[in-house]
Design a protein around this ligand. Structure first.
Ligand SMILES: Cc1cc2nc3c(=O)[nH]c(=O)nc-3n(C[C@H](O)[C@H](O)[C@H](O)COP(=O)(O)OP(=O)(O)OC[C@H]3O[C@@H](n4cnc5c(N)ncnc54)[C@H](O)[C@@H]3O)c2cc1C
Length: 369
């Protein structure tokens, strides 16, 4: 079988299928990148694939609904990340992560929503709690003075997407995963019950019982010749890496969210004072400088240490939003042709649940030898 696209979703699918005993070929031009380490090849430059641009924030338990497909996928995925990261670490592929998320309330209505959510989640036995202004004021560096209170979610948090992707790839290869650093030009039928892929380099990969399409925004174009009218639109996100002018203690319980923007402390990046800010939400694929300016100041957080920090890197990428359908898209388009795409704002979080879905479907339709 083949997985087309090695973003975080394709890597999770390929890794899981290979680990469960299937023979998988993962195809993506980004896997070719000569002279680069795999980690850099997967992350890219300032204009990145969705996965290369992602901050890796995992917001499962703070989701606004407590049931339905989106809630279930989030809970399943969060649990899978916990066990997969442990498994990867045990096999020599540790991935840096931060546990915990602090969602700051900027308005009284937001604080009320948080109070209702905590009451509801506590009834489900989830360990969410409210932190008042006094408790927030003990944290360093200072949080926005305008924060009324916060919701603390100890099990949400953040993983490093390039590191997670590099670990999945390396561990997958150790388990026999094969890869091709090429672009797929077309997906075609190859006789009854089989598929073939035409690679842009001229090669043909034939006789595939299953093709899993995880090419993000490029997925619709690959399906056009098969009569699919799948539509997805780009939603651009900008992100920044900054460094504090003077390193100091960082006592926050993980990621902080203020006015919809995430601040991720990244002491693991080598410089103790480094942190990430992101991401903007911009319809289309052109970056708006005003949105970057708002991001730079963390939505007018009014913090001296933030204003004095210097920007060390800026990048952007596009999310794939399905048109007229809820994200993500999990679908068997034709027998043996699986679409796992359109993860929009939560592809890093949801990738393990997507991989689990495709594994289950393939195992249900394929008799084991
Ligand atoms: C700035 C930003 C911040 C984000 N932050 C978060 C976050 O904190 N948490 C979170 O959960 N999500 C976040 N997201 C969303 C997340 O990044 C995406 O949902 C996710 O990366 C989608 O992954 P994917 O594998 O489906 O697609 P992609 O990452 O776009 O990967 C698709 C892959 O397919 C390959 N490809 C394309 N065409 C072909 C072809 N013809 N043949 C072979 N390969 C092909 C591409 O090279 C690419 O590697 C963020 C997104 C952005 C832009």
């Amino acid at each position: 079988m083949a997985v087309v696209g090695a973003g975080v979703v394709g890597l999770c699918c390929a890794w899981l299928l290979q680990r469960k005993g299937h023979r998988v070929l993962l195809i993506d031009p980004s896997l070719a990148a000569p002279g680069l380490t795999q980690k850099h090849a997967l992350a890219g430059g300032s204009q990145r694939s969705g996965s290369g641009a992602a901050l890796g924030v995992l917001m499962a338990q703070v989701f606004h609904r407590s049931r339905g497909r989106a809630w279930n996928l989030r809970q399943q995925s969060l649990a899978l990340w916990h066990s997969w990261l442990q498994e990867l670490a045990e096999r020599g592929q540790p991935v840096s992560r931060r546990q915990g998320l602090l969602w700051l309330a900027a308005e009284p209505e937001e604080w009320q929503r948080q109070q209702a959510l905590v009451a509801e989640r506590q009834q489900l036995g989830l360990a969410l709690e409210l932190w008042d202004r006094e408790r927030l004021s003990t944290l360093q560096p200072a949080l926005p003075a305008g924060a009324i209170g916060a919701l603390h979610s100890p099990l949400d948090g953040q993983i490093d997407p390039p590191a997670a992707m590099a670990a999945l790839l390396a561990d997958g290869r150790d388990s026999g995963l094969t890869t091709a650093g090429q672009r797929v030009g077309a997906i075609e039928r190859d006789g009854p019950g089989r598929w073939r892929l035409l690679l842009e380099g001229g090669e043909v990969v034939a006789g595939l019982a299953h093709v899993v399409l995880t090419a993000g925004l490029a997925s619709p174009a690959l399906l056009q010749s098969l009569g699919s009218s799948l539509a997805m639109e780009p939603v651009l996100g900008q992100a920044l890496a900054l460094r504090r002018s003077a390193p100091g203690p960082w006592t926050w319980p993980g990621v902080a969210v203020w006015r919809g923007l995430n601040l991720v402390p990244r002491p693991d990046l080598g410089a103790e004072a480094t942190f990430w800010l992101g991401a903007t939400l911009e319809a289309g694929s052109r970056a708006d400088p005003d949105q970057q300016a708002r991001l730079r100041h963390w939505g007018d957080a009014g913090l001296d240490w933030l204003e004095q920090a210097s920007v060390v890197e800026a990048w952007q990428g596009c999310r794939a939003r399905p048109v007229g359908r809820p994200a993500p898209l999990h679908e068997q388009l034709q027998p043996g042709l699986w679409l796992v795409s359109g993860h929009y704002r939560n592809g890093v979080l949801l990738a393990p649940a997507s991989a689990a879905w495709v594994l289950e479907q393939i195992e249900q339709t394929t008799p084991r030898p």
